[in-house]
Design a protein around this ligand. Sequence first.
Ligand code: ALG
Ligand code: ZN
Ligand code: ZN
Length: 338
Amino acid sequence: MHELRIEENGNLGPIDSSRIPRFAGAATYARLPRLDQVERADVKVVGVPFDAGVSYRPGARFGANHVREASRLLRPYNPALDASPFANAQVADAGDMAVNPFNIHEAIETIQQNALDLTADGARLLSIGGDHTIALPLLRAASERAGGPVALLHFDAHLDTWDTYFGAEYTHGTPFRRAFEEGILDTDALSHVGTRGPLYGKRDLEDDRRFGFGIVTSSDVYYQGVRETVAKLRDRIGTRPLYISVDIDVLDPAHAPGTGTPEAGGITSRELLEILRGLRGANIVGADVVEVSPAYDHAEITGVAASHVAYDLVTLMSELPTARSGREDAARTTAGAQ
Ligand SMILES: N=C(N)NCCCC(=O)O
Ligand SMILES: [Zn+2]
Ligand SMILES: [Zn+2]
């Protein structure tokens, strides 16, 4: 069937849901074009179907397609930010990475390489689905593209700076300790937001502090509110290249039941979206939304939350300069000078 798409500023947007029912057809993120349907893209959304790093409930390998399905109701104008992300920039769905489910080391290599390939043209990358293990190769790629260590804003119930599980170094509870050890994190600008729940011992927090992390716990968000939280984060991040990692279990299980390691007492989806919106203008070089496990979801609650988180991230990324807009600006300046 012919796809009737919204087109603005020369950017090919979503299938028009007022002319083709939004529940029809195969799902791409926000009904956006696939990457092979556009000449180039400023922001790419890619799925990472991998969950071989989990310590409890499995299923995040199915997260990306669940988020795509739940994203059919998104509309092209974002009133909270007075922005039209798909008109601002060419956004496209790059499909799923072909990740080896039987070999974690190979999977990590593949994710890193795919992320580098997808950003070779200066595009910004948002990854959806997968367990939190994947943040390590995505951070490696982001720091390579940024030309050095990156700031990290990590939304999660968990620290994910643990050392090993069953002797395994690469798991969903350990990506940020590995990233710290590899020197790809800017240790002056590392924050966890939304952490809560029991730890293995006090040592977990001591190690985490030693790596440079500041913590805004779930309770801190409750007591301080969104505004103070945003002010603190912005102060810490400044203009540094920033990677944002969103583990959907940062939300209370009432807002995101479909996840592998749920913890009571989480922030609300409203709080998370408002904090993200407060980061407008920050130099986001890459982002992920991970740990969506559809088998534990109900009525797409988690999928809807994740698709909206991704939507605000895409909106923020769509407003940032890309290699292409940089070239266009340069071309305009040159033309204007003649
Ligand atoms: N990254 C997530 N979602 N969870 C980590 C939990 C690790 C543990 O089982 O202690
Ligand atoms: Zn978590
Ligand atoms: Zn996590």
